[in-house]
Design a protein around this ligand. Structure first.
Ligand code: 8YV
Length: 315
């Protein structure tokens, strides 16, 4: 029997490539020099798209595949998939929730600690001889016992809040409604009010057109000159222009960011700042989690083509 044909939008780790090509005829979009020509030639035979969270699948890509049945996303975020285009044609969509939750939360906590205690600068202080020449490293800000806000208490936000408890922090969260499993934490519906009582504000919302720039000028101003913004969700949740302006003026104390508009390129204004920690969108980037994500992408494809229920459907 012929293997189902799939369009692979971006590379996966090498351990995913062999099992993928064993079960499917894989068209590697990311290797094509002429992307439009490639889509025009293979698109008519493509039954599924295998993509990554940040790459998604555009309407143009979906429309170039008239026999498309499924988009399988390697990532929990599916905001880069044109869901309207999928709905119109009854195309199913899957993602990889749960398997990455704890690693994403871990990186958020690590970013808070790293930035608040100045670990990157401290490393340089040792390596460049400043410790010997200038003496003690400048004092930084404490983490434990301070106030943390979690914007979006979904799976990842919940794991972040659980970890923050271990630092004896005063924890509050915003979401569309209070969560019954979160009675230990204060519910504050308004993100501006949440920011104004927080030293550290974690952005852990699933991105959608509704959450676009939910962290805007007002939230950033409320967080203030002593506050820190930590974004482990999507860049679109934050008004990047307002963020840059506030970091440059000192209206916002600092930021720790794993996601950027237009990544992997980023606004060069970020590079001139010393009050921001820059990370290359790797919150789910552990060997263990990425192996589980790759398997879930394949398991969803296999379930679909063998007529079984999808494991982690979005649509
Ligand atoms: C990426 C992500 O998919 O889970 C998400 O939504 O954005 C990530 O896990 C990952 O960086 C691989 O590209």
């Amino acid at each position: 029997m012929n293997k189902p044909q799939i369009l692979q939008v971006g590379p996966y780790p090498e351990w995913d490539e062999a099992p993928l090509t064993a079960s499917f005829e894989v068209h590697r979009y990311f290797e094509a020099a002429d992307k439009a020509g490639f889509l025009a030639s293979v698109g008519p035979n493509v039954k599924a798209i295998a993509t990554r969270g940040e790459l998604g699948a555009s309407r143009a890509m979906i429309e170039a595949c008239p026999a498309l049945e499924l988009v399988s996303v390697y990532g929990v975020g599916f905001d880069a998939v044109d869901l309207a285009a999928c709905r119109e044609r009854g195309i199913r969509v899957t993602n990889t929730p749960d398997v990455l939750t704890s690693d994403v939360a871990d990186l958020g906590i690590a970013m808070m600690l790293c930035q608040s205690r100045g670990l990157v600068g401290a490393e340089g202080w040792v390596r460049d001889g400043s410790w010997v020449e200038k003496g003690l490293y400048p004092l930084k800000r404490r983490v434990w016992g301070r106030s943390a806000g979690v914007l979006g208490l979904g799976r990842i936000g919940y794991e972040v809040a659980k970890r923050l408890q271990g630092f004896d922090m005063r924890i509050a969260y915003s979401d569309v409604a209070p969560k019954d499993f979160a009675s230990d934490w204060e519910y504050i519906a308004d993100p501006v009010a949440l920011a104004s009582r927080s030293d550290f504000l974690f952005v852990t919302l699933a991105a959608s057109p509704v959450t676009r720039h939910i962290v805007g000028r007002e939230v950033i101003a409320a967080l203030g000159g002593e506050g820190m913004l930590i974004n482990i969700s999507r860049a679109s949740n934050v008004d990047e222009e307002a963020l840059l302006t506030a970091l440059e003026s000192g209206a916002l104390g600092s930021a720790a960011l794993d996601v950027f508009e237009g990544e992997p390129k980023l606004d060069p204004r970020f590079l001139a700042l010393d009050n921001v920690l820059l990370q290359p969108h790797h919150a789910s980037g552990t060997i263990e989690t990425r192996k589980a994500m790759g398997k879930l992408v394949r398991d969803n494809l296999t379930a679909h083509f063998s007529g079984q229920p999808l494991l982690t459907p979005v649509l």
